[in-house]
Design a protein around this ligand. Structure first.
Ligand code: NAD
Length: 458
């Protein structure tokens, strides 16, 4: 029954796609402008929904969700005409006379599956890329952020006809049915485990995928770091959305000589910004009871440097620093995705590098240092999705750089131009002149032609 419904949606969108309306760049820009308007019209609805689902303040929601969507739309309103223009390229001598060009082809009907933690921007930013690329889209929102799902449903219905873009709400059952439908592209944001389910299902129909996944993102602090600034920026990056951020610094690797000073600076900074976190109107709660229980279980038997309190009624957990953390502890086995920050000490930088390399390639890496040699070495020698030097998280809040993971943290990227590349494919078209035909390519394949051919391609 659900499968039948999902197939009807994809069939209707395929029909819309083959009407060729989306090939027109002016049409795409009009849709982007309509989306921008719908987001603005429903700003309060969206921020209220984010507050209801996650306890996010309107300020944080605007800073970390709405502004990114508007930036992404503005980027394409400004640059789409140029990006979408077919690109003339050279013709090799052997193919002369001909004209060659690369056409940026939309995929067709794309499926965008989004998570609950930044449910507005992680749904709408990929959607902006899909629209800019000239695709139709089915947007599957998360069952854990239901208020936002309903708000997004309204925004999208206000901006678009469903045969072009529509929202599907629901959980696993809907996802499983959608993954059986003949999409032309799948863009998934979520956990590594579900990423594997998505890729496996996509492989059955050879559907290309982008996977935006998670994992443990390390934060290195060396002995040259400015500890006050470091503490301020770590606390900000760790505690927006109460740590439920895919690129939050998951754990700290700090040089032994500055470890106790850093812990103290972080604890002080937490007190300054969240003096009473459990009753703070701008400190979000944990999304579900299951995640709340999972996070508390990570504290079992651990040495708490500061924090550790919680409120089971409101699903809120205090910002918590852990010290003397062993590699084997549970908190170091999985992505934390909450306001718990393990601090691990190292003596030589090579130990920190080894520590990171032994684990899955991280989605993000942060380094706090004033040593140019260290900065150069770490950014060059460790593979990670993206990251910052002397800051956290903000590398993703730009249309100028791609955002994405590597290895277990994902494949492919988006934002700005990278989104356009993700949601289109480069189609090569060679237009051959009729006047001249090089006889070398036609039989009979004589010895003298063979000799000429070898002179051509040596
Ligand atoms: P999730 O993988 O549990 O869920 C994502 C979506 O998959 C949801 O819509 C859910 O309904 C669906 N789903 C769950 N189980 C499924 C199954 N067995 N088969 C098919 N579909 C299924 O992720 P989440 O809990 O919503 O989000 C948290 C994770 O997402 C974290 O790991 C985080 O790091 C990651 N994440 C990554 C990014 C990024 O940009 N790389 C951004 C945000 C979150």
């Amino acid at each position: 029954m659900i499968l039948q419904q999902m197939k009807e949606i994809t069939d209707a969108q395929k029909k819309f796609f083959y009407s060729s309306q989306t090939l027109d760049v002016a049409f795409r820009k009009k849709q982007l402008a309509a989306l921008k308007q719908a987001v603005k019209n429903n700003l309060t609805l969206l921020t209220d929904a984010l507050h209801a689902d996650l306890g996010k303040s309107a300020y944080e929601s605007y800073m970390c969700e709405i502004s990114l969507v508007l930036e992404e739309i503005n980027y394409f309103l400004k640059h789409l005409s140029k990006l979408a223009r077919p690109k003339k390229v050279g013709t090799s001598l052997a193919q002369f006379p001909a004209k060659c060009k690369i056409v940026h082809d939309p995929y067709g009907v794309v499926l965008i599956m989004s998570p609950w933690n930044y449910p507005v921007q992680l749904t709408l930013c990929p959607l902006v890329g899909a629209i800019a690329g000239g695709n139709c889209a089915v947007v599957k929102t998360s069952e854990y952020s239901l208020n936002v799902s309903s708000a997004l449903e309204k925004v999208i219905a206000e901006a678009f006809v469903p045969d072009y873009i529509t929202v599907v709400k629901g959980g696993r059952e809907e996802n499983t049915a959608l993954l059986e439908c003949p999409f032309d592209y799948i863009f998934f944001t979520g956990s590594v485990a579900v990423g594997k389910v998505v890729m496996k299902a996509a492989s059955q129909q050879l559907i290309p995928v982008t996977l935006e996944l998670g994992g443990k993102s390390p934060c290195i602090v060396d002995e040259t770091a400015d500890l006050k600034v470091t503490a301020r920026r770590i606390v900000w990056g760790k505690l927006i959305n109460s740590g439920q951020t895919c690129v939050a610094p998951d754990y700290i690797l700090v040089h032994k000589s500055v470890a106790s000073q850093l812990k103290q600076s972080i604890a002080e900074r937490i007190k300054e910004t969240y003096p009473d976190a459990l009753h703070c109107e701008y400190y979000p709660h944990i999304i579900t009871q299951r995640h709340f229980d999972r996070l508390l279980s990570l504290l079992d038997g651990m040495s708490v440097y500061s924090g550790g309190g919680y409120d089971a009624e409101t699903l809120t957990i205090e910002p918590t620093i852990l010290e003397n953390v062993s590699e084997e502890s549970k908190v170091m086995q999985e992505e934390i995705f909450g306001p718990i920050l393990p601090v691990i000490e190292y003596e030589n930088l090579s130990e920190a590098v080894e520590f990171i390399r032994k684990r899955s390639k991280p989605l993000a890496l942060y380094l706090f240092s004033r040593d140019k040699g260290v900065i150069e070495y770490i950014t060059k020698n460790i593979q990670f999705g993206g990251g910052c030097v002397n800051d956290t998280v903000i590398h993703l809040a730009t249309t100028h750089m791609p955002f994405g993971g590597v290895g277990d943290s994902g494949m492919g990227g988006y934002h700005g131009k990278e989104s356009f590349n993700t949601f289109t494919r480069a189609k090569s078209v060679l237009n051959k002149g009729r006047m001249f035909d090089n006889s070398l390519r036609y039989p009979p394949f004589t010895q003298s032609k063979y000799n000429t051919l070898k002179k051509f391609f040596k």
